[in-house]
Design a protein around this ligand. Structure first.
Ligand code: SF4
Length: 316
């Protein structure tokens, strides 16, 4: 009997190992030549530029995240099947949506076509299918509630792009609670201003990409930066190394002015040194200036030991 237990145990362990390897083998990074509708709602513009210029350096997702992605992908056909069983006709599956002016592309899940009893189509609208945990689902009573969660806010931006591309006045989010199996349906109405903001964002990304330049880093968003796939090349910690956040308008104005004067001060110092050399020992007139001077003897002295703060001010 102990032999059987040992053999069964080994088989179970091997199966677990094969499962983990199989998940890891699915972790891939895809080239990104356009602005993806699913990502356009990302908070950090710099990250979106990295996605275009540095996609090969994307940090691989963890195997636990890959498992969650996999689950989401599996849910989609199951939910579509349920919708068909409910009598809904699904059309335009995986339709490519393209907003040329902002170089944004995305793949819509489906459109639902409602028909009258006579079989005539009465309404066609896009749907997006999402599978979420009970914890999140409980907090969502309307589509706009997705705005509460960074990752889910992007769904609304993605949906906005799809509605814009399809000229659709509304869409339906089909949200399945992965744990309970319950499904909820939330309508989301096209918001022209939200769409315009996303289109401007797409254009801005393309401008940076064309110049191979990067927008500034996010300031003081440690959570966002910690889970960013480009943290290892962006190195946000090198930019802001912690310390006090000083909310002092007067101080900020002084630093602004200090920075404005910096270049002219440098230029003045360089010119001053140059003129010191040219005019040493000379008196006379140049243009509208009378030039005079005198030799100054400098005595030697010992500088007392002292401690001072060597400040550095860097604009981010
Ligand atoms: S690490 Fe932070 S600042 Fe850098 S790209 Fe990612 S989110 Fe943006």
């Amino acid at each position: 009997m102990s032999e059987v237990i040992e053999k069964a145990e080994k088989i179970a362990e091997k199966m677990k190992e094969d499962f983990e390897n199989s998940i890891r083998s699915e972790i891939e990074v895809y080239p990104c030549h356009t602005n993806r509708a699913s990502s356009i709602g990302e908070l950090c513009l710099r990250k979106l530029v990295y996605m275009r210029l540095n996609y090969k350096e994307t940090a691989p997702v963890s195997s636990s995240l890959q498992k969650r992605f996999g689950e989401g992908i599996l849910q989609e056909p199951a939910i579509e099947d349920r919708l068909r069983k409910m009598g809904y006709e699904l059309i335009q599956k995986s339709q490519l949506i393209r907003i040329d002016e902002a170089n944004i592309t995305g793949t819509l899940d489906d459109c639902v076509a409602l028909s009258s009893e006579a079989g005539r189509p009465t309404e066609v609208f896009p749907i997006e299918i999402k599978a979420l945990t009970t914890f999140i689902c409980k907090k969502i009573t309307k589509a706009e509630d997705l705005n509460q969660f960074g990752f889910a806010k992007k769904y609304l931006d993605q949906g906005t792009i799809y509605m814009h591309g399809l000229n659709a006045p509304f869409m339906i989010f089909v949200i399945k609670d992965k744990d309970s199996g319950d499904i909820n349906f939330h309508h989301f109405v096209y918001d022209k201003e939200r769409a315009a903001g996303l289109i401007e964002k797409g254009k801005a990304i393309d401008k940076f990409v064309a110049k191979k330049e990067y927008p500034d880093r996010l300031i003081n968003h440690p959570d966002e930066c910690d889970r960013c796939w480009f943290n290892h090349i962006c190195l946000p910690d090198k930019q802001f190394q912690g310390g006090e956040i000083m909310i002092d308008d007067e101080l900020i104005q002084k630093i602004d002015r200090h920075q404005e004067l910096k270049d002219s001060y440098k230029e003045y110092n360089n010119l001053n040194k140059e003129l010191n050399l040219i005019l040493a020992g000379k008196t006379g007139i140049a243009g509208g200036y009378e030039l005079t001077g005198s030799w100054v003897e400098k005595g030697s002295y010992v500088v007392k030991a002292q401690k001072y703060w060597n400040k550095k001010i860097k604009r981010f």
